[in-house]
Design a protein around this ligand. Structure first.
Ligand code: SF4
Length: 93
């Protein structure tokens, strides 16, 4: 029996901050200066999505793994941990 990633992600619990801890520094760079838009593929939680001509950031589902921080070839993602008390809560950790 295989378990889908979406089913595993459903087990996670979050305390969502109203303030995002992720920010695309220069959205225009994503639109015109980025050839591969790696953030769309490296995030295990699908936080980044291409919506028409812009990349949306659903920070609420972030796993805080840091992959996007180092994976963006232009270092165009401002990344920090959520404020104290917010973010993912690992159910079994
Ligand atoms: Fe996705 Fe990890 Fe970046 Fe969060 S830190 S947005 S889970 S790649």
């Amino acid at each position: 029996m295989s378990v889908k990633v979406e089913d595993k992600l459903f087990l996670n619990r979050y305390r969502v901050d109203e303030e995002s801890h992720l920010r695309i520094v220069d959205p225009a760079l994503c639109r015109s200066g980025c050839s591969n838009q790696a953030c769309l593929y490296i995030c295990p939680a699908n936080v980044y999505k291409l919506e028409q001509d812009r990349i949306s950031v659903a920070y609420e589902g972030c796993l805080e793994c840091g992959s996007c921080r180092i994976g963006c070839p232009h270092f165009n993602i401002e990344w920090r941990f959520p404020r104290g008390g917010y973010g993912i809560r690992h159910k079994f950790g």
